[in-house]
Design a protein around this ligand. Structure first.
Ligand code: ZN
Length: 98
């Protein structure tokens, strides 16, 4: 599937279209030959799928921000265990010296 960035021939808006993807604003569908013709006359700019995925980067970022959470949880669990251990030692000392 070929995706191109063009100025819509119908409504004049800057849109990304393909043979399966009509104009976002007016719904004009471009045929393969039309897209080829636009590309040949430099009226269309080819769009790479990788670039589109990279443009969606911010939506991936929050997922990455969530990843430090298990570390925090682990530290909390460790702290809780350490506190329990500390309490046990205190109790043992109290029982021992009374
Ligand atoms: Zn349009």
């Amino acid at each position: 599937m070929k995706q191109v960035r063009i100025q819509c021939l119908n409504c004049g808006k800057l849109v990304i279209v393909s043979t399966l993807q009509p104009c976002f604003y007016c719904g004009r569908l471009y045929k393969d030959e039309e897209i080829d013709q636009l590309l040949q006359t430099n009226k269309a700019e080819p769009v790479e799928v990788e670039k589109l995925l990279a443009a969606q980067g911010p939506s991936v970022a929050p997922v990455l921000e969530v990843s430090p959470m298990p570390w925090k949880k682990l530290i909390l669990v460790m702290a809780a265990l350490f506190f329990l251990f500390f309490c046990m030692i205190c109790l043992w000392l109290i029982i021992r010296f009374i």
